[in-house]
Design a protein around this ligand. Structure first.
Ligand SMILES: [Zn+2]
Length: 465
């Protein structure tokens, strides 16, 4: 009988890993790292409850690290099978894993220097050398439509509208002539947004559905995203301050660039220098040009300096080395700095914050979800000081939350996506959400849709048929 074990993203938003066992085969859907409290981060250093040597296949919903960032440890622990993902996800995962490995190495050096062993981060979870063996195992599958992983596992992918390549997956398990359909929502994006397509609900008669619940308890603040951004940029620039945006170089960064470029062209904001501070920084435009089916951007590249490129602001700077990154500290005139990680769990954004938080002229824009136990969450909740490199840094900068830039569906959008199923799944499990969010969505599903729904529990195993 087919079984499913929640190896992560159960009771938390990170660490997505779902293990399917059927017909003597093991399929892992997603392989993310945990981020947040010490307890969560420490799980990344523990072995899985099932031996990766016995796993046969891995398939990915999208490239974000909380869905892919544990792959180097999986392969190091003996996984020898293929890792299937669509071409855009393979390219993004390659960039994000290399970026993440570099940043972990830099963090480990910093932690050793500052003797800050609050996390186990004095040892990197993995290094750049551990990334190549993962990339060698990655095999492309189609962006949409049917893909046969094996005689027992068949996948159909649908656009989830969350980042380039993001998918919801319909998995059909064939076992002794019996078919079971399991749908993985992956991370669901938003409706009616610029750039990415709307999420598509799989037209599946699902036996079991795993649905994300990141914003299962609330909707995003209403408001016009570019107008709000223009207000902040003008306010901060006028008082001579700078803006720090915690984010990885790919994904939300392009949404910001798209709006900044528009606002610059409409002369609604000054043309400020924008630093994308990442070892793997690159013009994401190339990726967007390559994967046009995922978005509705219109490119009008007329010359080589990026004029007409909707994702390039006028004064755009990429910084690759740690030294170049530190030199941004010398920029005293207004600028915008985008640096990882998005929840301030590590990465170069730490030194930018150490530098810029004490000055009340500056601002920090939080656009992504900030998980419990992260520094990003502490800032969001109004912390007066932030612990960085073993020091309590005073938070005098303005902290702005811009949920309008979220890549995740709000509660009503999740319910809209769920209503798209032709028949109610026999069982729905809420995953990828903190307990309050998952429980709130569970309640709404039961009341409004009259479906069977429960909140997934970490390490719990359930039968699928
Ligand atoms: Zn995601």
């Amino acid at each position: 009988m087919a079984k499913l074990t929640f190896l992560g993203a159960a009771g938390t938003v990170t660490g997505s890993k779902y293990l399917i066992e059927a017909a003597g085969k093991h399929l892992l859907v997603d392989c993310g790292i945990f981020q947040g409290s010490d307890e969560l981060s420490n799980r990344n250093y523990q072995p899985l409850s099932s031996d990766p040597k016995t796993f046969d296949y891995v398939v990915l919903t999208h490239a974000h690290l909380d869905h892919t960032g544990w792959l180097p440890r999986l392969v190091k622990s003996g996984y020898r099978g293929p890792i299937y993902a669509n071409p855009a996800t393979i390219e993004l995962t390659t960039l994000l894993l290399k970026d993440s490995a570099h940043l972990q190495e830099e963090d480990a050096l910093q932690a050793q220097k500052h003797k800050d062993h609050r996390h186990s981060d004095a040892e990197p979870l993995y290094t750049s050398e551990d990334v190549d063996p993962v990339l060698q195992r990655m095999k492309p599958m189609p962006r949409s439509g049917l893909f046969d992983i094996s005689p027992e596992f068949h996948i159909v992918s649908y656009d989830a509208g969350h980042i380039l390549g993001s998918s919801s997956l319909e998995l059909t398990i064939t076992e002794t002539a019996k078919k079971t359909i399991v749908v993985f929502s992956g991370d669901i994006g938003r409706y009616d947004q610029p750039i990415l397509n709307d999420p598509v609900t799989p037209p599946s008669k699902a036996d079991v559905l795993l649905c994300e619940s990141t914003y299962g308890d609330r909707d995003h603040e209403p408001g016009n995203a570019p107008e709000l951004l223009a207000e902040i940029v003008n306010r901060v620039a006028k008082r001579g301050g700078s803006i720090v945006i915690p984010a990885f170089a790919i994904g939300r960064t392009q949404t910001f660039m798209y709006y900044l470029r528009q606002l610059e062209d409409q002369q609604k904001i000054p043309k400020l220098p924008v630093y994308v501070d990442s070892p793997m920084a690159l013009s994401a435009t190339d990726l967007y040009l390559k994967y046009k089916e995922d978005h509705d951007l219109e490119y009008a590249r007329v010359d080589n300096d990026g004029k007409g490129d909707p994702l390039d602001v006028h004064q755009f700077h990429l910084t690759r080395t740690a030294d170049e990154s530190k030199q941004i500290n010398n920029v005293k005139t207004p600028c915008i700095i985008v640096a990882a990680s998005g929840m301030v769990t590590g990465g170069r954004v730490m030194h930018h914050l150490a530098q810029r938080l004490p000055d009340a002229r500056n601002a920090v824009i939080l656009a992504g979800f900030q998980a419990q136990g992260t520094r990003g969450r502490a800032l969001q909740e109004g912390a007066k000081t932030l612990r960085l490199y073993g020091q309590e840094v005073p938070v005098n900068a303005e902290i702005v939350e811009l949920g309008q830039f979220s890549a995740h569906a709000g509660k009503s959008e999740l319910l809209r996506w769920l209503r798209g199923f032709p028949t109610p799944p026999k069982q729905t499990y809420l995953v990828h959400g903190e307990p309050a969010a998952a429980q709130s969505l569970q309640g709404s599903i039961q009341q409004q849709l009259k479906w069977n729904a429960s909140v997934a529990r970490y390490l719990n195993t359930v039968t699928l048929s």
